[in-house]
Design a protein around this ligand. Structure first.
Ligand SMILES: [Ca+2]
Length: 226
């Protein structure tokens, strides 16, 4: 009984409408994402009222329109939707068809947009050892602390006076430094982290001072007598 009533209503509705418009793709309720989602619509009309324009609405807001020069009794039309510029979640697309500014029909589609939120946040990076101005000697361990919101650990490069001394893609981010190989002076340690999305961060440089014991001079025995 109910089914027969619905069939009848559809039949009456179709008879009254001069034109129809519906979606070929994507499917109703589909989950979509990316910058190039094809929205394909199909429409039919009568010879008396050829469709001259399609208007596209997203969540009730007018987005774009497309003039339609053909006076065919039916046709198809595609739009590209950059869903990266739309929030994640359900959205309603309406297509209205018009004939010389006379409204004819609307087709509606509800889809769910799901896009991976891009990682825009650079890592945080700090050189924790040695400290600024710290006197160091012998072989020391440079320790860098890095954190990031990405799914993988960042790449970290450690430099001493501009020369690359270590590259690591996982923690602990450390680097052994034999300070006896250079002279006693101030050195500049820099560290740079890059996350999976290419966001880059540089730690505040640290300038320790190398002070190694002088090389042992053989003690000379002196024995003078006046
Ligand atoms: Ca990040």
């Amino acid at each position: 009984m109910a089914k027969a009533l619905i069939t009848l209503l559809i039949f009456v509705s179709a008879a009254l409408q001069a034109a129809t418009v519906g979606f070929v793709a994507p499917a109703e309720g589909a989950t979509i994402g990316g910058s190039e989602v094809e929205i394909k619509v199909a429409f039919t009309t009568t010879a008396e009222k050829p469709i001259t324009k399609l208007e596209v609405f997203l969540d009730g807001d007018f987005i774009t329109e497309r003039p339609w020069e053909s006076a065919e009794s039916k046709g198809e039309c595609s739009f590209t939707w950059d869903t990266l510029r739309t929030t994640n979640g359900p959205h309603k697309v309406d297509i209205q068809v018009l004939s010389k500014d006379e409204y004819l029909a609307t087709g509606s589609l509800t889809v769910t947009v799901v896009n991976k939120v891009p990682d825009m946040t650079p890592p945080t990076i700090v050189i924790v050892s040695p400290k600024e101005g710290e006197a160091v000697s012998g072989t020391i361990t440079i320790v860098v602390e890095v954190s990031d919101d990405g799914p993988t650990e960042p790449f970290v490069s450690i430099y001493i006076d501009g020369s690359l001394r270590a590259v690591k893609n996982h923690g602990p981010y450390t680097c052994e430094w034999d300070t006896t190989t250079g002279g006693d002076r101030s050195y500049t340690i820099r560290a740079i982290a890059v996350d999976e999305a290419g966001n880059k961060a540089e730690a505040k440089p640290v300038k320790p001072i190398v002070r190694n014991p002088k090389k042992q001079v053989p003690i000379m025995e002196r024995d003078y007598r006046p």
